[in-house]
Design a protein around this ligand. Structure first.
Ligand SMILES: [Zn+2]
Length: 425
């Protein structure tokens, strides 16, 4: 059945705002966008008057199942945070735990208008991939490359190949991934790059998150992490690099050349005291900049409105210049640029005829959203995840604020947190 989202305020491509209808065809794609008209026979009409209809967010860097360890290890620097707080709990996680954590994270993302996530975590198939497919969320999953885990290289190649051949065409695809330069050796990177000549997938990776990591890479290889990764061939099919806080201008030039997007994670970078990515310079040098939440232990939520808000504010503050990053620049970072980073711009990221109907509907009646003088500014600086009233992926309504959270998902999640020894059951 067709769905018609009637009489909403729409955030449209070309930085336009218009009032009208979005008609979603039976195939889940946007069939028309325009002035309000009578609903076609047999269409399900959803009244969107007083509401914003916007593209769903593309969260380009997350570890969805880290909802299980939300807030764990707060106050520690990155290396100690990973080694003392996070890794010991992650070592105990089973595919069932990751599945339960991912289901909970997906709920949180849907409730905040996010329709796509690029995830990097253990158990990408039985855990996160399964949860994404069941929930109907668009995503990218990846087997995380770590050279100290025996057999991991073969796992990475096999998982990527088998997932994509077994699930295509699908909402969820697999990309290649290494955790970072510092957790994979050169042999691993070169071997994965060789295998990727056949897989032909972009790379999901953490890059230059801390100064120490960036400098240690120069000590090991005589090159920055980005220059080193480019030399191994692992960026030959593009990629999306989280953080890039300490990247140089030359790094940005290499990223632009290789089609590697910068995924900015402002909350995570501030919470872990990593610094501020120079995203304006990256943009000037032709790098596509998208946004991500990172995981729930360094954020501690999956709220893309908050990432937009912080991204907008910190770069104005840093530059002592309020003209830096206009609201629409930030909205696009969270939507269309994210779709570009994942090579999905023909599928999602904007409200356009022919694209998949991946949409968020936001109630504009809350006190903090009145008056609505500039919708993009309001979206970046005033809206909260809790203002989202419905979320659609591929034309299917995956979230309605008025409906209670499933007991099954909640109980499964809390049982997993208890199993990991983090709370009493
Ligand atoms: Zn991360």
């Amino acid at each position: 059945m067709k769905t018609i989202l009637r009489n909403g305020t729409m955030l449209l491509p070309g930085r336009k705002v218009a009032a009208g209808d979005v008609v979603i065809g039976e195939d889940g794609r946007i069939e028309s966008v325009g002035a309000s008209r009578e609903e076609p026979d047999g269409a399900a009409a959803v009244d969107c008057s007083g509401k914003l209809v916007m593209p769903g967010f593309v969260n380009c860097h997350g570890h969805t199942a880290m909802t299980l360890v939300r807030g764990l290890g707060g106050g520690l620097p990155l290396k100690r945070w990973l080694e003392e707080a996070i890794f010991p709990v992650e070592a105990k996680m089973t595919p069932a735990d990751v599945y339960a954590g991912a289901r909970w994270g997906i709920l949180e993302m849907f409730a905040g208008g996010t329709t796509t996530v690029a995830d990097m975590y253990d158990f990408p198939g039985d855990g996160t991939g399964r949860a994404l497919l069941e929930a109907g969320m668009r995503g990218r999953v990846s087997r995380v490359g770590l050279s100290f885990v025996e057999g991991r290289l073969d796992d990475c190649v096999t998982f990527t190949r088998d997932w994509n051949s077994g699930h295509a065409p699908s909402l969820v695809e697999a990309d290649i991934c290494i955790h970072s330069e510092y957790l994979t050796d050169e042999k691993f990177c070169r071997a994965l790059a060789d295998a990727n000549r056949w897989l032909k997938r972009p790379l999901h990776v953490h890059v230059s998150e801390t100064k120490r990591e960036h400098e240690e890479c120069i000590g090991r290889h005589g090159k920055t992490p980005i220059a080193y990764l480019a030399d191994t061939g692992i960026l030959d099919f593009g990629g999306y690099a989280a953080h890039c806080v300490h990247c140089t201008d030359d790094d940005f030039r290499i990223m632009a050349e290789h089609g590697v997007s910068l995924v900015h994670n402002p909350t995570s970078n501030m919470k872990l005291g990593s610094g501020f990515a120079r995203i304006r310079r990256a943009m000037e040098l032709g790098v596509n900049v998208a946004l991500g939440t990172d995981g729930c232990a360094s954020n501690d939520n999956l709220d893309m409105f908050e990432e937009m808000h912080l991204a907008s504010l910190i770069h104005k503050g840093l530059a002592s210049d309020p003209t830096v990053l206009q609201p629409w620049d930030v909205v696009e970072m969270a939507t269309l640029n994210g779709a570009k980073a994942l090579g999905m711009e023909s599928e999602t990221g904007s409200i356009e005829v022919g694209k998949s109907a991946d949409l968020a509907i936001v109630d504009l009646s809350a006190p903090h959203l009145v008056p609505c003088l500039d919708v993009a500014n309001l979206a970046v600086h005033s809206m909260q995840a809790s203002d989202v009233v419905a979320t659609y992926v591929a034309g299917r309504c995956v979230y309605e604020k008025s409906k209670p959270v499933s007991d099954d998902v909640r109980n499964g999640f809390l049982a997993a947190v208890a199993r990991l020894g983090l709370i009493r059951s």
